[in-house]
Design a protein around this ligand. Structure first.
Ligand SMILES: [Zn+2]
Length: 70
């Protein structure tokens, strides 16, 4: 488990609103970590909540939000 105060964390701005299913944080930013790569061939990073560093952090689509509200 990576520590929350690890200096290798950095924050990326996004055009899409994401929501954390761990702490409930919503943001147009997400966190990435240099050691946590989703796809080593493309160099694509895993995406984490910028607040609690949970990996339960997903883009909050309009349709899904409406569905959750019901
Ligand atoms: Zn979170």
């Amino acid at each position: 488990m990576t520590r929350n105060d690890d200096e290798s964390w950095y924050t990326i701005e996004s055009d899409e609103l994401s929501q954390c299913f761990s702490c409930g944080h919503q943001s147009y930013e997400h966190a990435e970590h240099d050691d946590l790569i989703a796809d080593k061939e493309t160099g694509e990073h895993d995406v984490f909540c910028p607040k609690c560093k949970s990996d339960l952090y997903f883009i909050a689509e309009e349709d899904e939000r409406d569905w959750i509200d019901e």
